[in-house]
Every structure is written in C-alpha cells, then in structure tokens.
Design a protein around this ligand. Structure first.
Ligand code: ZN
Length: 139
C-alpha cells in the first residue's frame, strides 16, 4: 500500500471565504501515483472547514447568509468563547456546521465524484496562514 501526505497552505485576505481546492487535490493525487484508494482532505484548524458541494456562486452566497444567521460574527460579546480575548466564537460554530473533512474514493487514478461534487475550503476566521491536510492511501 502506498501512502501520500501533503499540507496545502492558505492565507485568505478576508475573514470568510469559500475556495474550490479540487485542482490542488487532483494535483496531489497525480503526485501520489495512487490509482485505487481513498483521499482524505481535512482542515487543520478549528475555525475552517473542508466540505463537498456545488461550485456555484449563488449557493456560496446562501451559505454565507445562512451561517451568518445561525452564528452572526457581531456582536462579538454574544459568545462566551470571546471572553478569552478572541473574536472568533462564530467561526468555531460555523466550522462545526460545515464540517472538518471529506473522504473521496480514488478510482482509476481519478477523484470518484458525483457530477457536481467539488471540494471546498471554508474559511471563517481568515487573514492568517492556515493549513489543509491531504492524505491519500491505496495502490
Ligand atoms: Zn477561538
């Protein structure tokens, strides 16, 4: 069995963003040389997500509005977590809703997606360097 590991780095210039990272994950799969197996992609931070959905701007705007309704950033005083001196209480909650990781089957050297599936990095507390782990196992 082969095993491949890589960290992808992001420095999003805004507090929140959704980034299609499918091309980077495909590149990792190519580098790995693995044809049959599993690819795990996870955010290495507790205020960022990795999830699979449609690459459609309207949907991303809907996520933003929905998450802001569920856990508004302001007023930061509404979160007990922010009593530690942080201002990212909302980002921890948004991350929980959007998830930590995805696992994608690797078949014949390709990410074995449904038609509209793409992998996204969801940033909820940006403007600093953060990592995503890609781990691929198989043969
Ligand atoms: Zn925090």
């Amino acid at each position: 069995m082969k095993s491949y590991r890589k960290e992808l780095w992001f420095n999003v210039p805004a507090r929140r963003a959704f980034i299609n990272i499918t091309p980077q994950v495909r590149e990792c799969l190519g580098e790995s040389g693995i044809r049959e197996g599993l690819a795990l992609v996870n955010a290495m931070h507790i205020t960022a997500s990795v999830f699979i959905n449609d690459d459609e701007t309207g949907l991303h705007n809907d996520y933003e509005a929905w998450l802001e309704k569920l856990a508004p950033h302001e007023p930061v005083s509404r979160y007990r977590h922010n009593r530690t001196g942080e201002d990212n209480g909302d980002a921890h909650l948004k991350r929980q809703v959007m998830g930590r990781e995805v696992v994608v089957a690797v078949t014949k050297g390709e990410l074995d997606f449904g038609t509209w599936e793409r992998i996204f990095y969801g940033e909820f507390d940006g403007m600093r360097k953060k990592r995503v782990l890609v781990k691929i196992i198989g043969e």
